[in-house]
Structures are given as structure tokens and as C-alpha cells.
Design a protein around this ligand. Sequence first.
Ligand code: SF4
Length: 324
Amino acid sequence: MKISTRAEILEILRMPEEEFRAAVMPQAYEEYLRRDGRLIVTSMLGYSNICRNQCLYCGMRAGNSGLTRYRIEPDDVIGAVRMAHDAGFSRVFLISGEDPKYGFDNLLRIVRELHGLGMFISLAAGELPEGGYDELAQAGVNEYVLKFEMSQREVFNRLNPSTDFDRRMADIAAVQRSGMLLASGNIIGYPGHTAEMCADDILLMKQLGISWAPVIPYLPAAGTPLAQEGGRGDLLMMLKEVAVLRLMMPEVRITAQQPGKDLKKGLADAEGNLDAVRAGANVLFCDLLPQAQARSFRVIDDRNVTGTEHIRRVAEVSGMTLSF
Ligand code: SF4
């Protein structure tokens, strides 16, 4: 199945569920099996949940006082990832709120150490001052994660009042100039997000030539302004986007750690993960955070990213092998 135009994307996004599951999902799954067929397991560490920004949808926004804030010391970050490396992981996703007080030099030191171990490093630390992306690339970051979240300028500007769309796109261009891979994508099904907007988001991902689509459906977070405007994003729309991305960009990595019907199971719902895998997604996470801090890394409520036992179960049921 060849998909390239906005009209072709929209046709799938508007398709009845039964037809989508019968006609599109199997093709997307086959496409991935033909290219690789393994589930990519990435260790993940949220090293700070402190953020100066006020994104209207995020549980870690600066204005959300109902959250215990933490920073993990650089030596502890290095120690945790070293243990993951010794356990066989070759990839790490380091993520934090936009927390300049963590210290850019600390971040560079962490990256140099982990690069020295031979880890593939993905990093999400928000928008940086000029030159920051180049320094990270030189220190050894392989991939920078900077989501555009929504491709409509006016919507982005309303939901991300601490920055603006033009700045975000300029920073995305700076990531690409630095030589790092770019991971980027949207939020699916937030209040007001339509199929047409989703099609435009998908086209922007294609245009940017992303390496990883860290996409997720909108899940309301307690204490956030957007939670007042509507409930969770449509799971079917998420599956359709995953399948379209797989068919349009066969090589891209796509997050499979997706929710299912039971929100309390968070992103560790085996049913949700498996559905995403069968739509062509292929990235699962193993959280390196201790339980208490994992609970406080609350971009969304009930994130529930768990350990390798869950991942092995998803692999077993899906019949895919794991790539660490
Ligand atoms: S989405 Fe990121 S930048 Fe925005 S408030 Fe949350 S942690 Fe901060």
C-alpha cells in the first residue's frame, strides 16, 4: 500500500475501524516484519522532572504544584545507565523537563561518559540556547528528541505559551544542522485535534525525515488546563497514525509503549502495546528510575513504564524478537 498524499492519509484516518484493522494494519505490520521484525528496547531515565515551562497539557508544567520534584545527580545517572549497559542495553533515552539549572556542563559530562560506553543516546532536554545542540552532538548524543507536538502555528502557540511555533521549528532545524538524528512528532487526539490536523502532523513528520516518532495519544494530566477541555485521545486514531507512519516511512522507529482501554495500566498495558505493535510500532522502554521518582515523572498520569518482564511478555505474544 502506497501512501503519500494528504487525501490518502485522510482516507485511512477516516476509515471505519473494522476496515482499518482488516485492510491497513496487517500491511503496516508486514512492512515492519519485512524490514526488521524486532522490537527495539530502550532503557529510559527521566533525570529531572523540574520544568520552567507551562505547556497546557503536561503534568510536569511549572505551575503544577501537586508534584514532588527531583533532580538525579549526574554521577547517579551515569551509574544507573552503566548498570543498564552491563545488563545488555545498548540504547538509552535521557529525558527531563526544561531545566536549565540542571547544568549544561553536567549534561555534557553525562553524555561523554555514556558515549564512551558505546551507548546510542537519545536526549530530550527541551529547547536550548544557541550552540547547545552542536555541543551535544560533539559530546556524543546520537538523537535529539524535540517534538513539534502540533503542526498548526496558532494551536501550538496557545498550548505551549512558554515558547512559540517559529522558535520550535527553528530549534528543530538547528538539531538537524548539528548532525544529530531528529526524533519528533505530535500528540494525537487532544481536545480540538481533528483528522485533518493529524494528517498535517503526519506530513510534517515525513517532511522532517524523523528517525523516531515518539508519538502518544493525548492523556489528560491532573491539574492541567487542557484537562478541563476534554478527555483522552482516540486510541483508534493513534493506531491509524502508527500504521500510516509505518507505511510512509518504513525505516522510522515508532513508540509501541501505548495505552490500552484501561487508563490505570498507563503505558504498560500489554493489550495497548500489542495493538500498537500490530499497527507497525516497534519501540518499548525499560524505566531505570526508582519507583518513587518514576511516579513523579508525570508528564501524564499513570505513566507506568515498567521493566523487562513486561517487555518480554509483549515480545512473546507478538512473536517478535527483542533488540537491546
Ligand atoms: S511538555 Fe516538556 S517542556 Fe512542556 S511543561 Fe512538560 S516537561 Fe515542560
